[in-house]
Design a protein around this ligand. Structure first.
Ligand code: FAD
Length: 436
């Protein structure tokens, strides 16, 4: 029997739209999304003409990222805007350059010891895959002690881990992963912001899917992935069964077994998926009636460890003319975000830290949105779940079922993992089809 669709993709978050657009070049795609809107954890909301990304959402490496490469490949590139110099706002009320902008930023910054930091960066640039791998299981604290790292450089690296890896906990943040991520930043550049915000990325992928006669169905929750004789044949939504040759799930793997019978998988794999620790955090967006700062770079805070930027200074289209949108984020511990009092305290501390440096926010505030996210990234990059220890894109014993998104194995951290894993999955599917 011929199926109506070659591929069914579960979820219309960034991973679902990304893989859907790539696969639509090879056959008919159906994307099923349980929510009423696309975007998942990167969805965009319009509040009085302010286009709010879901918390601060820069894209690491911009057009050189896995995401940027795919957008180019499908012929729908997005302009990525490079932020200006980054700043660190310190506990003592002072601000100094944050040394991500190359040698000059290191020399001018008070945050780090110059010579030691330059030597560190040269060493990291020269490191090879195998060097990083050997440090994946080592925490930052263990590595600091082993290498006798200068206290100021330690502080900078913890700030880097809390933004780059969304992991401010040096006792469990993976040193190998952090050094690997810093190596990639030194080679490819830091973060960028998509012109007009994340909607432009979603539009590019959605357009491609529709041009290739694919479909995106909203309000369509997959209730079950149907497997017959160790092979997926389709999915169930309400009482309807839709068949396809291949199924790609993009829902975080912690939730996979709400729609897949766990008895079909190895016990060890099921446990690993269910127990993956996500990153969690609190973000605050401020919609202002006028700009109060012309900073174009990323802003880092020391206490609490946090970062943010002013999207409307990079792409004015995300706010009504003459207005300003500011966005900040702090990573938290999973247990903290589940504790109401602790959560309130962290939110208050973050807000106070922002207002300490931007007191005018309250004078021009039209709207403020706090977000409390139990899952920011599907996986925390820590020593227990570095890239070699996370689930892969295929499930043993089930043919034609793939898992992708930001909770599986892939280079990088945060959104990066998702984009890399989508490209890995796409390559896997293409290679398998080529062999057939
Ligand atoms: C506050 C915040 C800030 C962030 N900052 C950044 C950043 O600066 N840079 C960055 O790159 N990344 C950032 N991230 C992470 C990034 O947003 C995520 O990595 C990314 O959105 C995950 O996309 P995904 O498609 O893998 O998963 P999701 O977005 O979770 O998509 C899965 C989709 O599947 C749908 N779904 C679930 N179950 C079913 C079902 N049974 N049937 C049908 N559909 C289903 C969901 O509704 C969802 O739309 C941030 C995240 C948050 C929350």
């Amino acid at each position: 029997m011929n199926n109506d669709f070659k591929y069914i993709v579960i979820g219309a978050g960034i991973a679902g739209l990304h893989i859907g657009a790539l696969l639509s070049q090879n056959g008919k795609v159906l994307i099923l999304e349980k929510a009423k809107n696309i975007g998942g954890r990167a969805r965009v909301v319009d509040i009085g003409g302010f286009k709010l990304d879901y918390g601060p959402h820069p894209v690491k490496f911009g057009s050189k990222s896995a995401l940027g490469i795919s957008l180019n490949e499908i012929g729908k590139p997005v302009d990525f805007i490079k932020p200006g110099g980054s700043w660190a706002f310190l506990e003592n009320g002072k601000k100094t350059l944050f040394p991500t902008g190359g040698i000059m930023a290191v020399i001018k910054s008070d945050l780090v010891p110059t010579i030691k930091t330059l030597k560190f960066m040269i060493k990291v640039i020269k490191m090879k895959q195998n060097d990083f791998k050997q440090l994946y299981d080592l925490s930052l604290v263990e590595w600091f002690n082993r290498e006798n790292i200068h206290p100021k450089l330690q502080r900078f690296l913890i700030m880097a881990s809390s933004s780059m890896q969304v992991n401010p906990f040096p006792e469990r943040s993976s040193a190998g992963e952090l050094l690997h991520n810093i190596h990639r930043v030194l080679k490819k550049g830091s973060v960028f912001y998509p012109k007009r915000g994340w909607n432009s990325i979603f539009n590019s992928f959605s357009e491609k899917i529709h041009e290739n006669k694919g479909e995106i169905r909203l309000d369509s929750e997959v209730k079950e992935i149907i497997v017959e004789s160790s092979k997926v044949v389709g999915v169930k939504i309400d009482n309807e069964i839709i068949r396809a040759d291949k199924i790609i799930s993009t829902i975080p793997v912690q939730h996979l077994f709400t729609i897949l019978d766990d008895k079909l998988c190895e016990k060890k794999f099921v446990e690993k998926c269910k127990n993956l620790r996500p990153t969690t955090g609190i973000s605050i967006d401020f919609c202002l009636s006028k700009p109060i700062s012309n900073l174009k770079g990323i802003i880092f805070f020391e206490n609490p460890y946090a970062f943010g930027f002013i999207p409307s200074n990079l792409s004015p289209e995300v706010a009504p003319q003459g207005h300003s949108l500011m966005s900040f984020f702090t990573a938290t511990d999973l247990d903290d975000i589940r504790n109401k009092d602790k959560m309130k305290e962290i939110h208050r501390n973050l807000r106070d830290a922002i207002l300490q440096f931007f007191p005018n926010i309250e004078n021009y505030l039209l709207h403020e949105r706090p977000l409390f996210s139990e899952m920011v990234d599907g996986v925390e990059i820590n020593i227990e779940q570095h890239q070699l220890k996370r689930p892969g894109n295929k499930i043993k014993n089930i043919k034609n079922l793939y898992i992708t998104g930001d909770s599986v194995g892939g280079e990088g951290a945060g959104g990066d993992v998702g984009h890399e894993s989508v490209r890995n999955t796409y390559k896997l599917i293409k290679d398998e089809e080529f062999v057939l």
